[in-house]
Every structure is written in C-alpha cells, then in structure tokens.
Write a protein that binds this ligand. Structure first.
Ligand code: CO
Length: 217
C-alpha cells in the first residue's frame, strides 16, 4: 500500500471506531462550528495543534504557516483572524511557536532560499529588533531558543496591532491573546505572554475608531 493510501484507510477505521462508540458523533457538526480558540501555529508536522492540546474537532479554528507568522499584509492570516474574531467570536487567540523551528533557524542564516526569503525576512526583522539581547547569549542553542520565544512574542504584538483585535477589544473586551511555545523534546507547552484589552501598545499602532466615524460623515 502506498503511504498516502494508509491515510485513507486510517480515516475509514476512525469513522468505524467513532461510530461504534457514538452512532450520533457526526451529527454535532452539521449545524456549523462554534470553536472557542483560534490557533496560529507553525506548519511543522511535529506540532499538530489538536494532538498536543487534546482538542477535539470543533474546538480549534486553525491557521498554520511557516514559523507562526502574523504579518500585517497577509490576507490569508487576516481573513482567518477576522472570521474567527468577528463571526465565530473566539474568546482566545493562541500563537504557538516551537523550539527547533526550521523557519526561525533558516532566517538566522544568510542562505538564499528563493521565494521563502520573502517570508523569512519578517523573522530577520524580529532578530534585528532583539539583536542586543540575542547576541549577548553565548550558547548557540540557548540563543536559538530565545529567538523562537521573541518571534512568538512579536507575533502576539502584531495581533494586538491589528484593527480586527483593537475593534473587538473596544466592543467586547475579547479575545485574550496568548503567546505559547512548544517543546518538541518534552511535548510541553509554556505560556510566554497573555494580553488583553488593557494592554498598552506603541501609540503609533493604536487606531482611533471614533475618528473613523467622524471621517465617514
Ligand atoms: Co516551525
């Protein structure tokens, strides 16, 4: 059997086993979804959102890309974010980075990787912003781990700097933003930061929604 066929076989087995324990299991999904969390994680195959959090189908709205980036011109991420916050009204947005992240590792080199250079450029910017702290770490592994952490922290800040989050914070006080880091070697997740609507942001990134109304008149 080809490798990919194993996946289809496993799917049939999963359906059979699931229906054996709960014949109505799939009925719960026909009426739409009400996930409580948006997960923004790395595309890395070793960091499956549901498996490492014990989440069930219907609980996580998921967006994954290389190195869990929140880039303010990425319409894919922004569309997911807007839908999750405005329509699904998720209460929590989780950015989950992971130690050993290949995207972060490659961004710290001078390799020319073609198209992906453009994506990794954002991570190089994170390194530049934190260069003093990072370059003071002499142990290369520790430096890499800290880079993974600051990359995650910056993505949470990037979320807070979107109008999508700020508008929702002004209207409902939600969602709460979380920066997590997953350790491939232990399977454990650490919470690095939690941000809510009381967060003080760099003033230049704070949007004035009253002003928006005034300009529309
Ligand atoms: Co990664």
């Amino acid at each position: 059997m080809d490798g990919y066929e194993k996946l289809l076989e496993a799917n049939k087995k999963w359906v059979n086993e699931t229906l054996r324990t709960d014949p109505e299991y799939f009925d719960q999904f026909s009426g739409g979804q009400t996930p409580e969390y948006l997960w923004i994680g790395c595309a890395d195959s070793r960091v499956p959102a549901e498996a490492i959090t014990g989440a069930k189908p219907g609980q996580l709205f998921v967006h994954r890309n290389i190195a869990n980036q929140v880039i303010h011109t990425d319409f894919n991420m922004l569309s997911v974010l807007q839908y999750a916050v405005e329509v699904l009204k998720v209460q929590h947005v989780i950015v989950c980075g992971h130690y050993g992240c290949g995207g972060v590792m490659n961004a710290l080199t001078n390799q020319n990787l073609g198209l992906i250079n453009k994506w990794l450029r954002h991570i190089k910017d994170v390194y530049r912003m934190h260069r003093t702290e990072l370059d003071a770490i002499t142990d290369e592994e520790q430096k890499f781990r800290r880079m993974v952490e600051v990359n995650t922290l910056e993505q949470v800040t990037n979320l807070a700097e979107t109008t999508i989050i700020q508008k929702s914070w002004a209207e409902t006080g939600f969602p709460i933003l979380h920066g997590w880091v997953y350790d491939l070697e232990t399977g454990l997740i650490d919470e690095l930061v939690k941000m809510n609507s009381t967060e003080t942001l760099e003033p230049i990134y704070v949007y004035d929604f009253d002003e928006e109304k005034r300009l529309r008149r």
